[in-house]
Design a binder for this molecule. Structure first.
Ligand code: AMO
Length: 424
């Protein structure tokens, strides 16, 4: 017999079906037993009368909550809801009690308890909803890049020979008889591929060995990377703005149930996102009595002040050269053709025009204290007709933090990695 999802039961009223799920609740009222069977975000009531079903009653009484069961029975209308009158209830996985957390979500668990029992936590409806939204957002991003834009999805190696984003925060890996590193980003590969592809994207992990303990930093996180050729940073910003609007417009439609269970509406699509320069930002801070030294990165407090003035989403462009990596194109002596996309005090993305002139690229490396000869494996490709190009990296976990309105990035990541957590 074919298994029927709970969502399809309205098509089977008066018919016999097979359903699968977990027993969320079991109540006995006199001679009637009510089981709540959960399957993801859906539940169905199973109603068993003792009279005439003594054997089945005895078996079902034994089954612990949270066990997985396969039920065959008839679908019936029950007020404006549906219920199943069971013929058989087969336990396929018995659950021990007590459990490390309450999967019904009635007794709230601390984040650490949830993370320690992550696989079990997905039975909690709002947690299931977060990961369902995550999956839908990833699909929307892929759909936007591949189908709307016609960009090529790439997969670049995560075990690499040298750093791409500066040396300090690399994780070394023993690679046979030499040391390799976990990739901090696909930066150099996606740029090299501009030798032939119009646009590439990758949705993949970044590894950063920073000892950060904040609500928005992890040591392994997923980035949505884009690179487009014959383009500059304004073109990349336009694609990012379109992407953010596309995801926020569509997620409200495609994840209605999840959003309702989560009790948080994602931010409205921002439309045209305001743009201010790094210098404009310092001006706003100055007016608000906040003194910042020119060239410094903007911290969360500073971004909060700017956001109060400008709105939730905003771009800050033209960052000082000293705060950006070697591959970003310079704008005059001190600035760069670069941007960060913020949501309030959270940096969601950063990107820019890349330096595609090989001599200037080598000079940039030297200026950053890096040895151009070590990057020869990369810079040599700039001799074969490398076009101007631009791109960005969008932190997927941070974007989800904003979409789901959670407090901590660990809530939107199944198995987060931070300086303390390497398991499960
Ligand atoms: P950057 O280092 O700014 O840029 O990273 C891109 C985006 O990734 C997210 N992010 C993080 N998310 C969680 N935990 C972290 N520790 C963390 N660090 C960064 C942020 C950030 O905006 N190669 C460039 C991108 C490019 O120019 O194309 C890069 O790596 O949302």
């Amino acid at each position: 017999m074919k298994r029927i999802p709970i969502t399809e039961l309205p098509n089977y009223i008066g018919k016999k079906v097979k359903i699968c799920g977990w027993i969320e609740d079991k109540r006995i009222v006199g001679k009637v037993m009510f089981l709540t069977i959960r399957q993801g975000l859906e539940t169905i009531q199973v109603t068993l009368k003792k009279t005439g079903n003594e054997d089945l009653w005895r078996d079902v009484e034994e089954i612990t909550r949270q066990s997985s069961v396969v039920i065959v029975g008839n679908v019936r209308k029950f007020g404006n809801k549906l219920e199943i009158i069971p013929e058989s209830v087969k336990v396929v996985g018995l659950s021990k009690t007590p459990l490390p957390l309450d999967p019904s979500g009635r007794v709230p668990a601390l984040l650490n308890t949830i993370l320690d029992s992550r696989a079990l936590s997905i039975r909690i409806p709002h947690i299931y909803a977060i990961f369902s939204i995550r999956s839908k957002v990833t699909n929307l991003i892929r759909d936007f890049f591949a189908n709307t834009k016609g960009f090529i999805e790439i997969h670049t190696p995560k075990i690499i020979a040298s750093g791409t984003e500066g040396g300090a925060d690399l994780f070394p890996v023993e690679y046979f008889n030499r040391t390799a590193y976990l990739a901090q980003s696909p930066q150099l590969y996606k740029e090299q591929l501009m030798l032939g592809f119009d646009g590439v994207f990758e949705i993949a992990p970044y590894f950063r060995a920073e000892k950060s303990h904040t609500r928005k930093h992890l040591n392994e996180f997923i980035s949505v990377d884009l690179e487009i050729s014959f383009a500059n940073y304004k073109d990349a910003m336009n694609v990012l703005e379109e992407l953010v609007n596309y995801v926020l417009e569509n997620i409200i439609e495609t994840a209605q149930k999840e959003i309702q269970i989560l009790g948080h509406r994602p931010p409205s699509p921002p439309g045209k996102i305001p743009i201010l320069t790094y210098d404009d930002s310092l001006e706003i801070l100055h007016k608000s009595g906040y003194e910042f030294e020119w060239g410094e990165d903007l911290d969360s407090d500073a971004l909060r002040v700017i956001s109060k003035e400008i709105g939730d989403f905003f771009f800050i462009i033209d960052w000082p050269w000293r705060s950006k990596p070697f591959y970003i194109k310079r704008k005059g002596d001190k600035l760069t053709e670069s941007f960060d996309l913020m949501y309030r005090e959270i940096e969601l993305s950063s990107g820019g025009t890349r330096e595609h002139n090989v001599d200037q690229l080598k000079k940039n490396l030297s200026d950053k204290g890096l040895d151009p000869s070590i990057f020869e494996f990369h810079t040599k490709f700039y001799n074969y007709g490398m076009p101007p190009h631009a791109g960005f990296g969008l932190g997927l976990d941070r974007f989800l933090l904003v979409i789901t309105g959670r407090e901590n990035i660990r809530e939107v990541v199944l198995y987060p990695r931070d300086p303390e957590r390497l398991e499960p």
